[in-house]
Design a protein around this ligand. Structure first.
Ligand code: PLP
Length: 398
């Protein structure tokens, strides 16, 4: 294969990838990316407004991230959790400086980070002499991952069915309903686990004040407030972490997706008094905190600090305005920063996604009436305008 030239991918090569697709969608074989654009095996170019599902945070093939990884490849690729490495420590220090947290545990994905957070919360109460505090209050329509623990916390029965028995002790409430929360959280509660804005539920923000109420109730009852910022964190909503918009602090939080710009990395962050219950050997990961991945994440964080966060706020407002103007069978938009949804008044979302793809725009459907957009945070105004035009055309033709 020649460098930079798209290679044809035979249908058989992509059989595994199709496990992830909707059966109605024929898979697109992507071979190259640059900024907000990707190219498929036939050389067709797409404006990528889903960004690996909110993961390609600083654009495809970002030069600074690539250089950071390349430099690290000359030094050390792997060390395991028996040792620490410089890129790991550097990244942890940056995350701690910008967040409520004192400690960081690195793993490889969002689901793994949530597994670690659930274990941390349970163990926190065990160490405090309250092994009976096992109940974790979760939210309907949430998404926390596909491993058994994170799946047990996911409030979408369609993902859980066929995999039982799931771990016990998870209870579900309507997201955003403070009254239900007040009735459910007690001195027996282990933790409340939620997303600061529900991504997979259709880019759904909670009512203003809801996160503060969760915080108050957790503090009052000695339960831990656990935030899943896998989709919303690392600048996606225009703040480093989405909960910072509401000026509250959780006890622990998970990150993944955009943290390393597309290189696999997950993280669990916690305050010292909570984190300290994980002593060496309590929880671990062989690949977690891999030097290549943490070097990539450090470069992503430097880019966020160099004015990208402010840019996300302005770009998010522009995208919001453009989506509101899509018209036709769209009925509005919602979201925060560069995590947004176009809402449809008919069951058209999968068709809109297919049409958009034909027109050279990648977005994704959540259910039948929501089209999600999560472009790289480096997206330009011109790209936002063009994507909105293509989306309007896709809605009209779907
Ligand atoms: N948590 C949230 C909020 C997510 O959106 C996702 C993935 O979509 C996950 C957890 C799972 O992350 P991963 O696919 O990296 O395991």
């Amino acid at each position: 294969m020649q460098r930079g030239r798209p290679r044809r991918v035979a249908r058989d090569d992509i059989a595994l990838l199709r496990w992830l697709g909707r059966s109605s969608h024929s898979a697109v074989a992507l071979v190259r990316g640059e900024g907000t654009y990707v190219w498929d095996a036939d050389g067709k170019r797409y404006l990528d407004f889903i960004g690996g599902i909110a993961t390609v945070s600083v654009g495809h093939a970002n030069a600074k991230v690539r250089d950071a990884v390349l430099e690290q490849t000359k030094l050390l690729w792997h060390a395991s959790n028996l040792y620490v490495t410089e890129p790991q420590v550097r990244l942890a220090e940056k995350l701690v400086r910008l967040s409520f947290a004192d400690r960081v545990f690195f793993c490889n994905s969002g689901a793994e980070a949530n597994e670690a957070m659930i274990k941390l919360a349970r163990h926190f109460h065990v160490v405090a002499g309250h092994a009976e505090r096992i109940e974790i209050v979760c939210m309907n329509n949430s998404f926390h991952g596909r491993t058994l623990g994170s799946l047990a916390a996911t409030g979408q029965p369609k993902y859980q069915q066929g995999f039982g028995p799931l771990p016990a002790g998870f209870r579900f409430l309507e997201y955003g309903e403070a009254k239900a929360l007040e009735a459910a959280v007690s001195d027996k509660t282990c933790a409340v686990l939620l997303e600061p804005l529900q991504g997979e539920a259709g880019v759904l923000p909670p009512p203003r004040g809801y996160l503060s109420r969760v915080r108050e109730l957790c503090t009052k009852h000695g339960a831990l407030m656990l935030l899943d910022e896998v989709q919303t964190g690392m600048g996606r909503t225009g703040a480093y972490f989405a909960h910072q918009h509401e000026r509250i602090e959780p006890d622990a939080m998970t990150l993944a997706k955009g943290i390393a710009g597309g290189v696999p990395l997950g993280a669990l962050l916690a305050r010292e008094d909570v984190a300290k219950v994980f002593t060496p050997g309590t929880h671990a990961s062989t690949f977690g905190g891999n030097p290549l991945a943490t070097a990539a994440a450090s470069a992503v964080m430097d880019l966020l600090a160099e004015g990208l966060l402010e840019r996300v706020q302005r770009a998010g407002e522009r995208l919001s305005m453009r989506l509101a103007g899509v018209g036709g069978r769209s009925s509005g938009e919602r979201g925060s920063g560069l995590l947004r949804a176009l809402l449809l008044s008919e069951d058209l979302a999968p068709k809109v996604v297919t049409k958009a793809r034909e027109l050279g725009l990648l977005v994704n459907a959540i259910g039948e009436r929501v089209v999600r957009l999560a472009p790289p945070l480096t997206v330009t105004d011109e790209e936002i305008d063009r994507a909105s035009e293509l989306l309007a055309e896709a809605v009209a033709k779907a």
